[in-house]
Ligand binder design. Structure first.
Ligand SMILES: [Zn+2]
Length: 291
């Protein structure tokens, strides 16, 4: 199965956004006001050429994300702490066409969550069924959604995703899952913490499992150290999600692909699996060998 890693622009956040410090409101303030920033991080979208139809995981950012008025005036702190860089031809639609894939042919768009750097390319997929977990959908809608940083006023007119309820029972360490494909090789699992209804996508194409992990952590290293980010809605849930992902990787070889990890595309290309007991040094060595 062909899987494409597509970088739809880049984002830079504060260090305390990517790696949180403190509790409660203090944690959020640390993320917003930290002076240190990360380098440019990729905003990945994943396209799976599945026999049952094209599957897209997340949709990236839109080309106007670098404009000053991208965030509404009541969100100056987010505007300050997260900066984007993208050219029009880097949006997901043009990049898919460059690969010979037509966005209108996409059957499913699976959203890991509805933060603006994941839902900014929804307008490219008017004919696809869009899937969002029910918890994420109800949290992101309306005024409450806007107060929590979701840019729901930018969703395509009449946006009505299919809510995912995870009715299919346990899957390894995950308490519930939802099967997407008839073949049963693509499943959605709840991975809350970064956002209340965050989900991840597991693809079984033989060994290993490919896990499209959204923002469960910013990098594989943050997962291994079980460090939650600074803007997540539920710190304990995020750490519990880390535990479950590591337990899954201990049971089945898993290629772990967070959206903003600069090494995700390389790990996908070379099917480098997560070592749940690995150290940073060992992983750098393994990545170095294939580079
Ligand atoms: Zn996010």
């Amino acid at each position: 199965m062909k899987i494409h890693a597509i970088e739809t622009g880049r984002v830079r956040v504060t260090e305390r956004w990517r790696e949180g410090e403190g509790d409660g409101l203090r944690r959020l303030l640390n993320a917003w006001f930290d002076k240190a920033t990360t380098g440019w991080l990729p905003v990945h979208v994943w396209v799976i050429e599945h026999p049952e139809g094209l599957i897209v995981v997340d949709t990236g950012i839109p080309a106007d994300a670098n404009r000053p008025r991208y965030f509404p005036p009541f969100m100056p702190l987010i505007q300050r702490a997260a900066v984007f860089d993208i050219a029009p031809e880097e949006e997901i639609g043009p990049q898919m066409r460059a690969l010979g894939l037509e966005p209108r042919d996409v059957r499913w768009v699976v959203m890991t969550h509805l933060h603006q750097d994941h839902d900014g390319g929804l307008h490219h997929f008017p004919s696809a069924e869009v899937l969002v977990s029910r918890d994420e959908w109800s949290f992101a809608c309306g005024l409450r959604g806007r107060m929590n940083g979701y840019l729901n006023q930018r969703w395509p007119r009449g946006f009505a995703p299919t809510p995912v309820d995870f009715e299919d029972g346990p899957l390894g360490p995950f308490p519930r899952h939802a099967s997407l494909t008839r073949a049963g090789d693509v499943t959605l699992v709840p991975t809350p913490g970064h956002s209340p209804g965050h989900l991840s996508v597991l693809l079984e194409e033989g060994e290993p499992t490919i896990m499209f992990a959204g923002d469960t952590s910013y990098t594989e290293d943050h997962l291994l150290r079980m460090v939650a980010d600074g803007i997540g809605t539920d710190l304990e849930a995020e750490i519990e999600t880390h535990r479950r992902i590591l337990a899954h990787a201990a049971q089945r070889p898993t290629v772990y692909l967070p959206s903003h990890d600069p090494d995700s595309a390389g790990r996908l290309a070379h099917r480098i699996t997560l070592d749940p007991h690995g150290t940073a040094a060992a992983r750098v060595g393994r990545l170095g060998k294939v580079a």
